[in-house]
Design a protein around this ligand. Structure first.
Ligand SMILES: [Zn+2]
Ligand SMILES: [Zn+2]
Length: 332
């Protein structure tokens, strides 16, 4: 028996599948998905069927299947566009994600070490004990969260950048893939930001610990990376995961990102950070929602019309930039 030679289409499909499986984000792997389903199940039991939102962003009581996988959300056009944008973004992800890190992080780290040496001389050559490793993880996390906050705020405030970021906000329903629903031009911005923050934290600790230091881990995974992963995974899910109000003042609960995706005027430009509430609190953009607060998702009835389909979203920045260059009369 001979194998049928693979044609170009199936070769392309194989290559695409390989790229996608190699670049599957952690929070879409089965362990995270299982954790998410287990937590959602817990909420369903404890709240007697309450706690999940429908495609309209309103909380409602449902049976278990509709609670975990509501039909109005997963058959929504927005959820299909999530898939297409995800595939597109993941295929291009390796190009710039590795590149930005390789190009930016080591040179930033080297400059920070050099600057510290010129100001304070050689570092104290400390021994990397567990408390130091925890501190390093915390500083790295806060630096990442701060840079994320700044890039995100700029995207909301500067129209030319909003033209790129609005693709993420054009999601009319939230699914775990919505986290990766972004314009291809947005990835390099955040990759550069992540590399910059890693370089700064690495530089400071590289000066303190010339022998090197690594982040603290829990079960083999970065301790604060787990926090980031958990929040990232759950915040684009229609089930509302609230923290007590006091904790929400320190850490973003997943449901606080439901607010970020809402187009209601009092929700706009709120909760910009990735993990902690510190930067939002410091700059006055923190919004802690009440239980089951109504959060209609998307750009709002008017702006949504232009950003529904895959092609519309892909072309959105170019369309907006050309309008900006032609002046205010172009939008009339
Ligand atoms: Zn945003
Ligand atoms: Zn989001």
């Amino acid at each position: 028996m001979t194998d049928t030679p693979a044609g170009p289409v199936s070769q392309l499909a194989d290559a695409l599948l390989q790229v996608l499986s190699e670049n599957l984000p952690k929070d879409l792997r089965w362990q995270w998905m299982l954790l998410m389903i287990a937590l959602a199940l817990g909420i369903w039991v404890m709240r007697n069927g309450h706690g999940a939102k429908g495609a309209d962003g309103r909380e409602r009581k449902t049976g278990l299947t509709a609670f975990l996988l509501p039909q109005d959300i997963y058959t929504h056009r927005s959820a299909r566009v999530d898939v297409l944008l995800y595939v597109f973004e993941r295929c291009l992800h390796p190009l710039w994600a590795g590149g930005a890190f390789l190009a930016i992080a080591p040179s930033v780290e080297g400059s920070v070490i050099g600057a510290l040496q010129s100001v304070a001389g050689t570092g104290p050559a400390l021994a990397p004990t567990l408390p130091w490793m925890l501190l390093f993880s915390l500083v790295a996390l806060l630096a990442y969260d701060f840079v994320f906050y700044c890039i995100h705020l700029a995207e909301h405030r500067i129209p030319a950048l909003w033209a790129i970021h609005k693709v993420h906000h054009s999601a009319e329903v939230l699914t775990p893939l919505t986290r990766y629903r972004e314009h291809v031009l947005e990835g390099p911005l955040y990759a550069a930001g992540a590399a910059l923050s890693a370089g700064v934290a690495g530089g400071i600790f590289g000066w303190l610990f010339p022998g090197g230091i690594t982040q603290a881990t829990l079960f083999g995974a970065g301790f604060f990376g787990l926090l980031l992963g958990f929040n990232g995974a759950f915040r684009h899910y229609h089930v509302g995961f609230h923290y007590p109000a006091w904790l929400s003042r320190w850490l973003h609960s997943p449901v606080m990102h439901h607010v970020h995706h809402s187009y209601l005027p009092h929700h706009i430009d709120k909760n910009m950070a990735a993990v902690t509430s510190l930067w939002d609190r410091a700059f006055g953009t923190l919004y802690i929602p009440v239980k089951d607060e109504f959060t209609p998702w998307g750009l709002g009835p008017e702006a949504q019309e232009e950003c529904r389909g895959f092609r519309q979203n892909l072309l959105a920045p170019f369309r907006d930039w050309s309008r900006m260059m032609r002046g205010p009369s172009a939008s009339l």
